[in-house]
Design a protein around this ligand. Structure first.
Ligand code: C2E
Ligand code: CA
Ligand code: CA
Length: 765
């Protein structure tokens, strides 16, 4: 500005000087105009220059601000960005690019990009670059693969490789933006995909592993869509398990292969999964085979998701065999081998559950004990005993109702529990008893029909005790204890009967236990003594024998009859000892009488033998000993065997009887007519006499039936060559009738009551 001003001042000065030096006026004027114009021109120029300068400043400011913004923008990009010049050197870079390469932006600028490409990828990258390079005149713009993506390895400053995904873009309009020098020709966007690649690879690997595991699993597997329940994949073991081609399983709804009864359980489990309550479950369910049969399988389901679809990974393991053996094991644990009836454990469990819901008086327990099973078992062997038990179980089963529960408690004990309400019984203890007593009576009758096994005919009877849940809160054990006590009373009352538990029952069973222990002591102390009752010959009227009848001279209770202690002796296993003592003592008594020269003692004696004695292995030995030690000839001894003993136990009885008979003693059949009139067995046993039971004799001459029975028995006995003895003769009428019928011998109050030895001695001298 100063020079311009100086020129203007110079020109003005010149024009003033020209005017002062008398130069012609025109010249002065021209110089002045020129000077003024010059000054004006100089001023104008100066002013214009100033304005332009100001504008330039503003533009430069704006530009630099924009550049800062763009840099910030670039730095904030998620990707690394680099500007490359046409030689492939880095002209610009953002912060991400610096981070990716481990270098500063300054360090990057000017560096050849290819330098950072991993060796393996360098060739292919060079080729890409060549093809892209803007400076390459051979390639037309369309050949440049603007934006094409390449994946290569980039090595950072510390030498670590990064897998990057890169795209190259032309820097046409944006070159001044990305290039700090203004020379950039391409923009390179870089993204580190090392991690992504790792995840994808891991996913891929997991998928491959799953596929491998799925198809090579030894158990059946299926992938099932949760939305429609269809099988999207299945493995060969599953196909094999269901005996179906693998292909045929695909696309099939799994519910169509599931047992209808198992669908509900599966559905509820699936619902839990759908509600997010659980993410896996296990079930045992059945699947349908092609042949329509079902396999039991343990199904374990866990949930996965693939491409937005929820899938159930379903393991299906065949457990048919396991189930089968489990069922067998459970059955074995809860059932009796022999009869296949539920056992004690099973019944107690069921009964306890039942009692919890039952009203008092609703439930009855029947405790059944066979009366003579031990004898059968001991004498005929366990094989036959087992068959008898099976037969008894079968009969029991056939007479109970569906609502009754039968169990075997082992040995010859059976228990039935009866729900009286379920069959319309009254809701009271007595109502329950009426009902259960009817069931008990049916059971008793069912068992008493003769059982024929391998040609052996046996009569088995049962003593049954009944207990009702009279009060609330009674357990199975309580009821069984009461029923057992009632059963014991049935035994004591003569067996083959039904007894109900009453308040007195427990006392009675306690008394029975007490009796048994007293009796044991009584036998040791010789409190059981023989009484003698005469048997006379009807034709001659002479004494031929004495029947020996046991009496207990109880130290406190006085004289006890056989009916008061024999049942306890039998159930307590003391009858063998008791019988042996009676046999020895009576033979000793006879020997004693004979030794004293008493004439009446020339007769014989007749001793009763219980079934348990007869089948006892030592019995023959006991008899031989007793005869030997007293010196009484076997011929003087009769043994009375009841009709039922013979029928119960034909084989053992037969062999024992033959052995006894071979000793020279005599055998008679006692209580004849009370058993089942199958007379064929009489021929099989070496018996020589039959004793007609008192019940027939009592009606002689009064009851037509009785008379004809006695008549028939006498005739039958004679036709078999047997002597016939009538028991319980009390009246002369009976005596006359018996004589008329040709009966051989008689015994009864008419001829004399059973008496102790001392009385016999004094009466008969
Ligand atoms: P049993 O063998 O039938 O004996 C006959 C029973 O009839 C005896 O009863 C006897 O006293 C009774 N009696 C005899 N004559 C008459 C009569 O005219 N009228 C009446 N009403 N009864 C008469 P007891 O002595 O009570 O014996 C009952 C049963 O006990 C016997 O019946 C017998 O089976 C058994 N018994 C008795 N002693 C023994 C024994 O030492 N061993 C075994 N195993 N059983 C015995
Ligand atoms: Ca007798
Ligand atoms: Ca008799």
């Amino acid at each position: 500005m100063v020079p311009v001003t100086l020129v203007a001042i110079a020109l003005i000065g010149l024009s003033i000087f020209s005017a002062a030096t008398d130069r012609p006026t025109d010249t002065v004027l021209a110089v002045s105009i020129i000077s003024v114009l010059s000054v004006v021109a100089v001023l104008m120029t100066w002013l214009e220059a100033r304005r332009f300068g100001r504008r330039l400043h503003t533009t430069i400011d704006e530009l630099s601000e924009t550049q800062t913004q763009v840099r910030q923008l670039l730095d904030n990009l998620p990707d690394a960005v680099m500007g490359l010049d046409d030689t492939g050197r880095i002209a610009s870079a953002n912060r991400k690019a610096a981070a990716l390469t481990g270098r500063s932006v300054d360090d990057l600028i000017g560096r050849a990009f290819m330098e950072m490409v991993g060796e393996d990828d360098r060739d292919s990258m060079s080729e890409q670059w060549q093809r892209f390079n803007v400076g390459d005149q051979v390639n037309s713009a369309s050949d440049r693969r603007d934006g094409s993506v390449v994946v290569f390895e980039l090595v950072d400053k510390s030498g670590d490789p990064h897998l990057v995904e890169a795209s190259l873009h032309l820097a046409q309009d944006g070159r001044e933006i990305v290039s700090q020098s203004g020379a950039g020709s391409a923009v390179l966007l870089l993204r580190d995909i090392t991690d992504r690649n790792r995840t994808t690879a891991a996913l891929e690997q997991a998928r491959r592993r799953f596929q491998q595991a799925f198809h090579s699993a030894p158990t059946g597997m299926a992938l099932v869509r949760l939305d429609d329940g269809k099988i999207v994949d299945a493995n060969q073991p599953l196909a094999d398990m269901l005996d179906r081609p693998l292909d045929s399983l695909l696309g099939v709804a799994i519910r169509t292969l599931t047992h209808p009864e198992d669908l509900a359980a599966a559905a509820s489990q699936r619902a839990q999964i759908e509600l997010g309550i659980s993410d896996a479950y296990a079930l045992e369910q059945r699947y349908k085979r092609k042949d329509g049969g079902y396999v039991w399988a343990r199904t374990r389901v866990s949930i996965t998701e693939e491409d937005g679809v929820s899938l159930a990974i379903t393991h299906i393991e065949d457990i048919t065999e396991q189930r089968h053996s489990k069922v067998l094991l459970t059955h074995a644990a809860t059932h009796d081998d022999l009869t296949d009836l539920p056992n004690r454990t099973a019944l107690v469990k069921r009964l306890d559950a039942h009692l919890l819901l039952a009203q008092p008086g609703q439930v009855a327990v029947l405790f059944i004990d066979l009366d003579n099973f031990k004898v059968i078992n001991d004498s005929l062997g366990h094989g036959l005993g087992d068959q008898v038990l099976r037969e008894v179980a079968k009969r029991f089963r056939s007479v109970i109702r569906d609502s009754d529960r039968l169990a075997r408690f082992g040995g010859d004990e059976f228990v039935v529990f009866v729900d009286c309400v379920s069959i319309g019984g009254q809701d009271t203890p007595s109502g329950a008893f009426v009902d259960s007593a009817a069931v008990a009576e049916r059971l008793r009758r069912a068992v008493m029909e003769p059982i024929v096994i391998d040609g052996h005919e046996m009569v088995v009877t049962a003593s049954i005790g009944v207990a009702v849940n009279a009060a609330p809160g009674l357990t199975a054990d309580d009821l069984m204890r009461d029923a057992d006590a009632a059963m014991y009373c049935a035994k004591a009352a003569g067996r083959d009967r039904v007894e109900a538990f009453t308040a007195a029952t427990r006392q009675a069973s306690i008394s029975a236990l007490q009796l048994a222990s007293e009796l044991r002591r009584g036998i040791e102390r010789h409190e059981i003594v023989p009484y003698f009752q005469p048997i006379v010959d009807l034709e001659s009227g002479e004494l031929v024998s004495f029947e020996v009848l046991a009496r207990w001279l109880h130290p406190e209770r006085g004289l006890l009859m056989p009916g008061e202690f024999l049942p306890a002796a039998e159930s307590g296993g003391m009858i063998v000892d008791l019988g042996a003592a009676i046999l020895r003592d009576s033979l000793a008594q006879l020997a004693h009488w004979r030794a004293r020269g008493m004439r009446f003692a020339n007769c014989g004696i007749s001793v009763n033998v219980a079934t348990q004695q007869l089948v006892d292995h030592d019995f023959v030995e006991i008899v031989i000993d007793a005869l030997g030690s007293t010196g009484i000839a076997a011929d003087s001894l009769w043994l009375e065997i009841t009709e039922t003993t013979l029928m119960e136990d034909t084989v053992a009885a037969g062999s024992a009887l033959r052995e006894l008979r071979s000793l020279g003693l005599h055998l008679s059949v006692d209580d004849f007519g009370t058993g089942y009139s199958s007379l064929t067995y009489l021929k099989r046993f070496p018996v020589e006499a039959i004793k007609i039971d008192r019940s027939f004799v009592s009606g002689l001459g009064l009851e037509a039936d009785d008379t004809s029975i006695v008549e028939a028995v006498v005739r039958l006995g004679h036709s078999l060559g047997l002597s016939v003895v009538a028991e319980g003769v009390e009246t002369p009428l009976q005596l006359n009738q018996l004589r008329d019928l040709g009966c051989d011998m008689a015994q009864g109050y008419l001829f004399g009551r059973p008496r102790p030895a001392s009385i016999i001695e004094s009466e008969r001298v």
